[in-house]
Write a protein that binds this ligand. Structure first.
Ligand code: ATP
Ligand code: MG
Length: 486
């Protein structure tokens, strides 16, 4: 085999296999002239060796090789590099076999004698085709990756952005910092990151740093030696060691006591720690994801949280928007929970009435997605019908809207007078946005219908949607919001 290097900027790396040394020399010269890097092989063994040792962009194979049929060589080459296009060279008499070769995966064939422009054109096309195929494949994988978070509802722009970041960073080793109000989905996102990472087959271990007193938290996290404190009758492996190879999720990191913050910093810096009462350090390979609903930067300023630790943790910050800022998600989430809960309770509840849905849309959701989930659980448990009606929505003691009753002020007044009084301009803006979202939900994303109900012409209605950056597609997927998707 003879390898001839082309110029620096090669247009591609080609392998030419033919038992005719004159022809092969000629072809190699022409291809080099066209800026390709060329390797040649007179025998199939040489061709196979070359294809195993190196990666070629394309291969040109003579159909009638002295030792063997070019088709079987092609099949072997494809078993090494399945994506590599193969162009078959054939004499007039063997066009039929060339067609056969195409059926078996050749990109094209050329009948001898062929001219150089013809050969170059075929090569160019094959390479372009391959480039496009791999681009399509890459995009498919990206889509797959991006939206394969089947249990996470993310129709709103805000949540889509979250999942976009998640899909980009899942496969890295970087530390993730999730920030969001209580119930916004921090834990479900942390799990999604783990499941989309290469660590997915290793453990995902979660611990809530606010739930335990300092000493207990320390031994839970780092483990302890037998006798290291009263009641430590035997040594235990801490959660960090249990998570080895996988991911540890430190929830409510803002509540981690200062004494443990230093110890955690060491884990981040050295990937090692000392179990309580032990002088032998333990090495761990864990990815760390933390979450908080606090403003951790403010905690740093107040001296409650170590600044150096904050920066070590705050590598990839992801903010989970509160539900009231992504109301488009409500019908999807509600139907999602309805489906799961009714299955769990073995109650056939098929849907949510428009009135009940309207109530869900107008609520402010201080408890975010968790509150919505609980609301649905209550409603499914209570309803005697096969639908969720408004009387069973948001009537529980804990989740009654904190705003004035609807009969007295009308639902829209809530937006304007909920919390500190807003300026007329801001209140009007919020009202408009809410109104549009609700209307689109009720019309299942049908703009013409929504415009009609609003008494607006289509152009004006679209103008309003643009002003509020509301995307109509987000409402279409919901179908009829009054019914759970089957
Ligand atoms: N986008 C979503 N799609 C589907 N379910 C969700 C979504 N977000 C949250 N949930 C569900 O809502 C509930 C609360 O979410 P999660 O526990 O992840 O929130 P959190 O931010 O960790 O809350 P907390 O601060 O109270 O710990 C969970 O049952 C979770 O599965
Ligand atoms: Mg949580």
């Amino acid at each position: 085999m003879n390898k001839e290097n082309g110029q620096n900027l090669s247009a591609g790396k080609l392998l030419v296999v033919d038992d005719d040394s004159n022809l092969i020399e000629l072809v190699a010269m022409k291809l080099k002239g066209a800026n390709y890097e060329v390797a040649t092989a007179l025998k199939e063994e040489d061709a196979l060796k070359a294809a195993t040792d190196d990666v070629f962009d394309l291969c040109i194979v003579d159909l009638k090789l002295a030792g063997r049929n070019g088709i079987s060589l092609m099949t072997e080459l494809h078993s090494v590099n399945p994506e590599m296009p193969v162009i078959i060279l054939t004499g007039h008499a063997s066009v039929e076999s060339a067609v056969e070769a195409m059926k078996k995966g050749a990109y094209s064939y050329l009948t001898k004698p062929f001219n150089t422009p013809e050969l170059l054109l075929q090569i160019e096309r094959a390479l372009e085709n391959r480039r496009l195929n791999s681009e399509i494949q890459r995009l498919k994988e990206l889509l797959q990756e991006r939206y394969d978070f089947t249990n996470i509802i993310a129709k709103s722009e805000g949540m889509r952005k979250v999942l976009d970041v998640v899909s980009r960073i899942a496969c890295t080793e970087s530390t993730v910092f999730l920030q969001g109000e209580s119930g916004t989905g921090k834990e479900i996102v942390a799990k999604a990151i783990h499941l989309a990472s290469t660590r997915r087959n290793k453990p995902f271990v979660a611990i809530n740093c606010a739930a335990l007193p300092a000493t207990l938290l320390e031994s839970e996290l780092f483990g302890h030696e037998k006798g290291s404190f009263t009641g430590a009758n035997r040594s235990t492996k801490g959660l960090l060691s249990q998570a080895d190879g996988g991911t540890i999720f430190l929830d409510e990191i803002g509540d981690m006591p200062p004494s443990l913050q230093a110890k955690l910093l060491r884990v981040l810096q050295e990937r090692e720690f000392y179990p309580v009462g032990s002088e032998k350090s333990v090495q761990v390979d864990v990815r760390i994801i933390t979450a908080t609903n606090k403003d951790l930067q403010a905690e740093v300023k107040e001296g409650n949280f170590r600044e150096d630790l904050y920066y070590r943790l705050h590598v990839i910050p992801i903010h989970l928007p509160p539900l009231r800022e992504r109301k488009e998600d409500i019908p999807h989430l509600a139907n999602h929970f309805l489906k799961i809960i009714s299955q769990q309770m073995k109650k056939e509840v098929k849907g949510i009435t428009p009135q009940a849905m309207q109530k869900l849309m107008l609520h402010d959701w201080p408890g975010n997605v968790r509150e919505l989930e609980n609301t649905l659980e209550y409603a499914v448990a209570m309803t005697p019908l096969d639908m969720i009606t408004e009387e069973f929505v948001l009537q529980t003691k804990n989740s009654v809207p904190q705003t004035a009753p609807q009969q007295e002020t009308g639902p829209q007044m809530n937006i304007a007078l909920n919390g500190p009084v807003k300026s007329y301009k801001d209140a009007r803006y919020l009202f408009e946005r809410d109104y549009l979202v609700r209307l689109l939900e009720l019309c299942g994303g049908k703009a013409s219908e929504a415009a009609k109900l609003a008494g607006k012409c289509r152009t004006d209605f679209y103008e309003l949607l643009r002003k509020h950056e509301i995307k109509i597609e987000n409402f279409k997927a919901a179908g009829n919001v009054a019914h759970a998707p089957q």
